[in-house]
Design a protein around this ligand. Structure first.
Ligand code: SF4
Length: 401
């Protein structure tokens, strides 16, 4: 498996596969062909269907201002549902083409090959092998990750954590309407301040964590800087819970960084053996993965053992199975923002169950990841980030009545 570092990418929202990935593709072209005088980009599959709402054109042009961008919704024989063709004309009149796939979480494949930052670090292929190594060496999961990744990990996680915290704070203080035409009002600040009379501790915790998740997801919907965790669409789940644990519960920052490392390992296993792309496997691959990562990280933060960590991550994924991706108007707003808040609360419930019931479990984490992948491949294309089904379809029908 690859380094966990690339699970967390810092970039502009609202979609890792539709903005961060295309931006990185455009940057590759810009760096490789400084003598290019024209560039034509064709977007296929989900990028063609929801790229306009997701801001794909804007992301490409922010790096290649003169690029012509076309949307091809007809071609179906694609290497990945998020495929781009870059046709570059150079000053010496030569023409070069690159097929670039945006495979989820901002990662790209250039002509079928991974980029240099996606280095292989782990000989283990799944979570069972990772945990078996931990058991043999009698070490915890966070320690195993730190030893495998080397010294640069801590600096990377600190930067990631700092960006996550900034996104929560900015989102809590921002007000106004989100862009894109749905006229959705930002709600994070409202939720954060709306304390009920006689509010119980449980309700206060859920409201506060939901406010943090809204804050980050609204920042993402506004195209601001967020961290993929593991994607932009699902970027609010993990920071919401970790921010609450750090600043409302007082967990030390070093322990939060370890929890982020464990969460990233969960995401790493999922992207290796299944997918974190809504265009490939629906929202179960994005929000389901974020919920699973958060549950695993939170279990580690609470000092639970590796079986409990695995079970927490498994529960969180299992109960997101079948979740479709149907963003209204192709924006990352409905159902995405609210879904981040719900997933954050679900991650906490998963840890509660795993704490007490881990010895009774029947399904392994790796089995549920394989199930998610198969379910995603069976899912009709209209539920895989095309905005052709589900809420996106119903909303369209209502609005045209
Ligand atoms: S519905 Fe889920 S997968 Fe689809 S854009 Fe929203 S967060 Fe991403």
């Amino acid at each position: 498996m690859k380094s966990i570092k690339s699970v967390y990418k810092i970039g502009n929202g609202p979609s890792s596969s539709h903005t961060v990935g295309p931006y990185r593709a455009a940057k590759f072209i810009k760096d490789k062909y400084p003598d290019a005088y024209s560039c034509r980009v064709t977007l296929y599959g989900s990028l063609a269907c929801t790229g306009r709402g997701h801001g794909t054109e804007r992301a490409i042009r922010s790096c290649l201002p003169g690029a012509e961008v076309f949307f091809d919704r007809e071609t179906t024989d694609l290497p990945h549902p998020n495929t781009m063709l870059f046709e570059v004309k150079r000053n010496n009149a030569s023409l070069v083409n690159h097929i670039i796939e945006s495979v989820g979480g901002g990662s790209i494949l250039i002509d079928g090959r991974a980029t240099d930052d996606e280095t292989e670090v782990y000989p283990q292929k799944n979570l069972a092998e990772v945990l078996e190594t931990c058991r043999k060496r009698n070490i915890g999961l966070a320690q195993f990750i730190r030893e495998s990744e080397g010294e640069s990990l801590t600096g990377h996680l600190r930067e990631v954590w700092s960006e996550m915290c900034d996104a929560v704070r900015r989102g809590l203080s921002a007000r106004g309407i989100l862009p894109g035409g749905l006229e959705l009002e930002r709600k994070a600040g409202l939720l954060y301040e709306r304390r009920c009379y006689n509010e119980s501790a449980d309700v206060a915790m859920n409201r506060t964590i939901a406010a943090y998740a809204y804050a980050v997801s609204e920042e993402n919907a506004d195209g601001h800087i967020v961290v993929t965790a593991p994607t932009c669409g699902s970027c609010g789940v993990l920071p919401a819970v970790m921010y609450y644990m750090r600043f409302d519960r007082g967990f030390p920052e070093d322990e939060i960084l370890d929890a982020l490392a464990v969460a990233a390992m969960i995401g790493n296993v999922i992207r290796t053996n299944a997918s974190i792309s809504g265009a490939e496997c629906g929202c179960q691959a994005e929000i389901g993965s974020a919920c699973s990562m958060t549950a695993g990280g939170l279990a580690a933060l609470n000092g639970l053992n590796i079986d409990q960590i695995e079970y927490a991550a498994e529960i969180a994924m299992e109960h997101n199975l079948g979740l479709t991706c149907d963003p209204v108007k192709g924006l990352v707003q409905i159902p995405c923002i609210e879904r981040n808040a719900v997933a954050a609360m679900r991650a906490i419930s998963s840890v509660t169950l795993s704490r007490f019931l881990y010895s009774t479990r029947r399904i392994s984490f790796d089995e549920v990841v394989a199930t998610m992948y198969r379910t995603g491949r069976d899912m009709d294309e209209k539920y895989r980030e095309t905005s052709h089904g589900g809420l996106a379809r119903i909303y369209h029908d209502h609005s045209s009545c």
